[in-house]
Design a protein around this ligand. Structure first.
Ligand code: GDP
Length: 365
């Protein structure tokens, strides 16, 4: 499954947030493919569309789709030079698909700040520099190798060296590799470098518990937003402390508590939605009397491979997919009504599944 790594300097609230994530805990029996590891938290993706579908088909249960958050603690200044457990942590970041960067925007004199004062932009730059340095190391090693191959007369390395030099230049200017544009060929060249600065990032601005309702007014949050806007990244203001309290409550208590705080939705839900979007994923649904369920695919996935997310047998024996869009189904009010209007389509192997498709797969066993 896809995963988001939680990174940030020490004492910014990562563990508090991660505890809230594991407390909120997805029903793991529903997600047998997920990793069992104390550093991995499985989260269910809130999706209001499931409720609407459930009103139509009245299923026994509703199962949201899920993805993983990985707690990557211990990133400190100097990590790229092996400080702390530097390289080990950088290796963990290599394995995730996107990064949630937690920054401290709460003031609390009792809690030490690694650099002595609350300074979210300085913190972000510290972490980003480590990622840039680690990438620079990977890129320079690869350039050396490619140049040798080029000297050996293999012309195909011309483009490779050119592309790597371009990345190196960006990194020297403190720019992440993701700020560059790459052709499809170039993407292939750099794929196995697993560059840390290629991964999409969002910032979780950890504000104090008494500022949750007015987090946007917090001057530190505003600074983070300005910074993030320059690289087109999203900022989710959140209070890790409040989230860890919410996670311990029963469902009905949660709503009361959120209302008291003046919130529409928990910060964790907002964070999960933003992270899911960051991963660039689509959701399709299956809707039967047994269950209404959401499934995750990457954009561009064709019907048989989308079916494989449910079961590999579905892909092997794929015959066709019966598809109706969420909009059409909810607009028509029932599967039969949608069918009568010709909104239920029969699609074959080449069909690219769309976000919100409600799908029934036909397959041979
Ligand atoms: P980590 O090192 O980034 O994992 O940070 P922790 O989650 O361990 O948090 C460090 C300290 O800051 C702990 O004592 C937390 O209770 C505290 N903390 C985290 N979030 C908040 C917050 O929103 N407000 C306040 N006052 N303290 C917080």
């Amino acid at each position: 499954p896809l995963s988001c790594g939680i990174v940030g300097l020490p004492n910014v609230g990562k563990s508090t947030l991660f505890n809230a994530i594991t407390q909120a805990g997805a029903e793991s029996a529903n997600y047998p493919f997920c990793t069992i590891d104390p550093n991995v938290g499985v989260v269910e993706v809130p999706d209001e569309r499931m409720q609407k579908l459930a009103e139509i088909v009245v299923p026994n249960r509703i199962v949201p789709t899920a993805f993983e958050f990985v707690d990557i603690a211990g990133l400190v200044k100097g990590a790229s030079k092996g400080e702390g457990l530097g390289n080990k942590f950088l290796a963990h970041i290599r394995e995730v698909d996107a990064i949630v960067h937690v920054v401290r925007c709460f003031v609390d004199d009792n809690i030490t700040h690694v650099s002595g004062k609350v300074d979210p932009i300085g913190d972000i730059e510290t972490i980003n520099l480590e990622l840039v340095l680690a990438d620079l190391d990977s890129v320079e090693k690869r350039i050396d190798r490619s140049r040798k191959n080029l000297k050996g007369g293999d012309k195909k390395y011309t483009a490779e060296v050119e592309c790597l030099e371009r990345i190196k230049e960006a990194l020297y200017a403190d720019k992440p590799a993701r700020s560059l544009e790459f052709s499809e060929d170039e993407k292939l060249i750099i794929r196995d470098l697993h560059l840390l600065t290629m991964k999409p990032v969002l910032y979780a601005a950890n504000v104090s518990e008494d500022e949750v309702a007015v987090a946007d007014d917090n001057p530190y949050v505003q600074k983070v937003k300005e910074f993030a806007a320059l690289e087109g990244a999203e900022v989710v203001p959140i209070s890790a402390k409040v989230e860890s309290e919410i996670a311990e409550l029963e469902e009905d208590e949660k709503e009361v508590f959120l209302e008291e705080l003046g919130l529409q939705e928990s910060g964790l839900n907002r964070l999960i939605k933003a992270a899911y979007k960051l991963l660039g994923l689509y959701t399709y649904f299956t809707a039967g009397v047994q269950e209404v369920r959401a499934w995750t695919i990457r954009k561009g996935t064709k019907a048989p491979q989308a079916a494989a997310v449910i079961h590999t047998d579905f892909e092997r024996g794929f015959i066709r997919a019966e598809v109706v869009s969420y909009q059409d189904l909810t607009g028509s009010g029932s599967m039969n009504a949608a069918k009568e209007k010709g909104q239920l389509r029969l699609e074959g192997k080449e069909y690219v599944v769309q976000d919100g498709d409600v799908v029934h797969f036909r397959f041979n066993v």
